[in-house]
Design a protein around this ligand. Structure first.
Ligand code: BGC
Length: 382
């Protein structure tokens, strides 16, 4: 049974259980004006700030570097808060070796084959940073840029507006791309992301967010017991370099069938060629609803041990479900624990990987005069 979220949080606050690293319980149910503090400095002296915000019982810490969600705390049904997203407690680790923990991804989420594509008859060569391919925008994607951050508090919402302009030719992409990403925490504790972008030359865009979820708490072990459902009858199989073959394969009768909620670990060791390629799950689901003008529910994640749930709604046609396969025990997270394979999962709402080279996939082309707009909403419960 799902309890009314605000009732649970109010109850927990009354019982004095809401105190955490965010310091204090002042308004467990209400919006709190985002607070800014220095988080660190980049090698060239650029200051990186961390913003703390809270609303409807959800607490977030966001960095100006990469728009990174450094921590996201939500309660269980008894009001016990845990940080449910993987990250680091210092800037140097993010710069040195982050597998995109919590980051904003751009200009293009996921892979573009050989970092090449042709647009309006012109060939483009992108920065290649994943074998032969370009991943998540290339070697210095939006996750490694310092964003301008503007806090806001509007009605019952609080949030941050993040701005970054990618210059023409950056990482090989044509066109100056002006991006604005709005993180909103609503009075119900939902985290809403609105992405917008404009360009001065035809280009390709596919922005997403790369939070690594573990609803039992970061550093608490594997997510294989988490139960997941995805409203998709098809997914995009890949080759050994994780580039889609172009096929939209049926999930029915395969380990990729999450139409009914099932434990992530249930089929993850099935000797299926696609699981061998991904070293687990690292695939894009073609959502049944397709592109929509308003966000529609596409996935539900539940941790049976804590009862915490995450529901995702999006306007996007695809969802990359990555089961944390490349976490290999070499990174130490926020709470001091080592992250190992399967200790978190990503659910990245997006257009399909390699769309610029796949004429049958929904287009990722953005032209001057158009505005790129997508929205994804994360709703938490217990
Ligand atoms: C990709 C994985 C990649 C990971 C980055 C995911 O979006 O699908 O292949 O390893 O991001 O750590």
């Amino acid at each position: 049974m799902e309890l009314n979220r605000r009732t649970v949080i109010a109850g927990a606050a009354a019982a004095g259980m809401a105190a955490t690293a965010f310091g204090g319980t002042a308004h467990a149910t209400g919006g709190r004006k985002p607070v800014k503090e220095l988080f660190g400095k980049l090698a060239d002296g650029t200051k990186v700030y961390r913003w703390s915000l809270e609303n409807g019982g959800t607490r977030m810490k966001v960095l100006s570097y990469g728009g990174i969600v450094q921590a996201l705390e939500i309660p269980d049904s008894r009001g016990r808060y845990r940080n449910v997203s993987l990250g680091f407690d210092n800037l140097d680790d993010y710069v040195a070796s982050s597998p995109y923990f919590g980051a904003l991804i751009g200009r293009y989420g996921n892979r573009i084959a050989k970092g090449r594509f042709t647009l309006d008859g012109k060939d483009h060569q992108l920065s290649v940073n994943d074998g032969d391919n370009s991943l998540h925008g290339g070697a210095q994607g939006f996750d490694k840029r310092v964003w301008d951050v503007e806090p806001f508090s509007q009605g019952s919402d609080v949030g941050l507006r993040l701005y970054y302009t990618g210059v023409d030719g950056e990482m090989g992409y044509p066109g100056t791309l002006r991006s604005k990403v709005t993180y909103t925490l609503t009075r119900d504790g939902d985290w809403r992301i609105d992405y917008e972008a404009t360009t001065d030359k035809a280009t390709v865009v596919n922005l997403t967010s790369h939070v690594y979820w573990n609803l039992a708490g970061e550093g608490s072990g594997s997510i294989y017991d988490h139960e997941l459902s995805i409203a998709a009858s098809r997914y995009t199989p890949v080759d050994s370099g994780l580039i889609p073959t172009g096929e939209l394969a049926k999930v029915a009768g395969t380990p990729f069938d999450f139409r009914r909620s099932k434990a992530i670990g249930r089929d993850i060791r099935v000797a299926h060629q696609q699981l061998l390629y991904g070293k687990g799950i690292d695939h894009n689901w073609a959502l049944d609803k397709g592109i929509t003008s308003t966000p529609e529910h596409v996935a539900t994640l539940r941790d049976p041990s804590s009862g915490r749930t995450l529901k995702i709604a999006t306007t996007e046609p695809g969802l990359q479900f990555y089961s944390g396969n490349f976490l290999d025990g070499t990174l130490v997270g926020t709470g001091g624990s080592v992250y190992r394979q399967g200790d978190a999962l990503c659910l990245e709402t997006q257009h399909f990987p390699d769309s610029p080279n796949q004429p049958s996939f929904p287009s990722t082309v953005l032209r001057p005069g158009q505005t790129y707009r997508t929205t994804t909403v994360h709703s938490f419960g217990a």
